[in-house]
Design a binder for this molecule. Structure first.
Ligand code: FAD
Length: 378
């Protein structure tokens, strides 16, 4: 039996699927229209114990990364989406640095209320002039006595519109990665503004914001870890973010496949079911092959990570394998649905537009290939 199929994980997946089918999927269209997942949904997910999964017991967490991904996969394969996961589980990228740094005051003030569904946190690294090249961020945090004064801007920040606080990458030192630190900044601090709520191609229920800091005074006790360790902290957490995106992409691919099988088994043309045409059957067979390869490889790399043997190169390979599979499978799913596939409200249409960001967020396809190429010595 695989570690993904233990009786506990099957039960967890069933519970999450029930929750998704009853409370998430029926509302997803309207959350996409308003561009927001309501806060009550975070509280409800916390009540069901879903927000704490994958976090250490020291902060009231339970389970491991396989449990976290079991939850995300179950949401996606039962009618949710990667965009919904991005909105509901932003804490998966916002909290780990604080927890690892281990400052009890920060944990009590930010981590515990977020895991309880009471607060929303974001991770703010990307800037208008610095994306893939994290070490070139320009937001300045100048130390003055017992506080920092922050000036700069962030963009494309997931949940940044709703967030109560952001864990921001700031420059406290000189140029390059050694000058980067992480600082928790409360949304209600004077000078911190959401300058724009950004309109997007996909992930429509997940709010994305542009943020500005103008002489924002932040207590020095909000520094996460030591000064100058921000870049290392960010890189460490990228591994789990990339595995999460890989698993979500593979789950989205499987969902597109399942929806397409159902569709071609009932839709008729020229006196036969679509699945009666050999070209259609072969397209579906190829979708199934790619979904299987992506799932098997991603799960294997996650298992190695969970066993304490993280491999940066294979994690990059896993992300690209799943993202490229989803690109192909979501496109074919729309194609085989014909006009229906192009219509808002058809589930494969949502997966198709959401698929575009999976090769951009958490490190682009090109950056993944750069990581792979470096280990090949080229
Ligand atoms: C919906 C959404 C949500 C996001 N959420 C967050 C968030 O919560 N927090 C956050 O901090 N950021 C977030 N991001 C930002 C995301 O991490 C960046 O968009 C991503 O890292 C790429 O940076 P960039 O957009 O500046 O592109 P750039 O870095 O400018 O890259 C542009 C293109 O050039 C390519 N490129 C760049 N450098 C190289 C190279 N060395 N070799 C080859 N090709 C290269 C890239 O692959 C890409 O194709 C989000 C983005 C999106 C779209």
């Amino acid at each position: 039996m695989s570690v993904w199929d233990t009786s506990e994980r099957k039960l967890l997946a069933r519970t999450v699927a029930d929750f998704t089918e009853r409370e998430l999927a029926p509302n997803l269209g309207s959350w996409e229209d308003t561009g927001l997942v309501p806060r009550e949904v975070h509280r409800r997910a916390a009540e069901l114990g879903l927000l704490e999964i994958g976090f250490p017991a020291t902060v009231g967490g339970s389970g491991d990364i396989i449990d976290t991904l079991t939850v995300a996969e179950a949401i996606i394969t039962s009618g949710g989406s990667t965009g919904l996961c991005a909105a509901l589980f932003t804490h998966g990228i916002a909290l780990p640095h604080i927890i690892r740094a281990g400052d009890r005051r920060q944990i009590e003030r930010y981590v515990l209320p977020t895991l309880a569904g009471e607060k929303i946190g974001s991770l703010a690294i990307t800037e208008p002039d610095a994306g893939s090249d994290v070490a070139s961020i320009a937001t300045i945090a100048r130390r003055e006595g017992d506080h920092y004064v922050v000036n700069g801007a962030k963009t494309y920040i997931t949940s940044g519109y709703r967030a109560d606080f952001v864990v921001a990458a700031v420059r406290t030192g000189g140029a390059g990665h050694g000058g980067v630190s992480l600082l928790i900044i409360d949304k209600d601090t004077p000078g911190f503004t959401v300058t724009r709520r950004l309109d997007k191609m996909g992930w429509l229920c997940s709010d994305t914001a542009e943020l500005s800091f103008a002489d924002v005074v932040v207590p020095a006790e909000n520094l996460v870890g030591a000064e100058g360790t921000g870049f290392r902290q960010i890189m460490e957490n990228f591994e789990t973010e990339r595995l999460t995106m890989a698993a979500q992409a593979a789950a989205s691919a499987r969902r597109c496949l399942a929806l397409t099988i159902e569709w071609v088994s009932t839709r008729r043309s020229f006196g036969a079911k679509l699945s009666g045409h050999q070209v259609v059957r072969h397209k579906v067979a190829e979708m199934a092959r790619q979904a299987e390869v992506a799932t098997t490889f991603v799960h294997r790399v996650v298992e190695d990570y969970a066993d304490g043997a993280p491999d940066r190169t294979r994690i990059a390979m896993a992300k690209n394998t799943a993202v490229f599979a989803l690109d192909h499978i979501s496109k074919e799913a729309v194609q085989l649905h014909g006009g229906a596939g192009f219509m808002r409200g058809t589930e494969v249409e949502r997966h198709y537009r959401d698929a575009r960001v999976m090769g951009i967020g958490g490190g682009t396809n090109e950056i993944m290939n750069e990581i792979i190429a470096k280990t090949m010595g080229i």
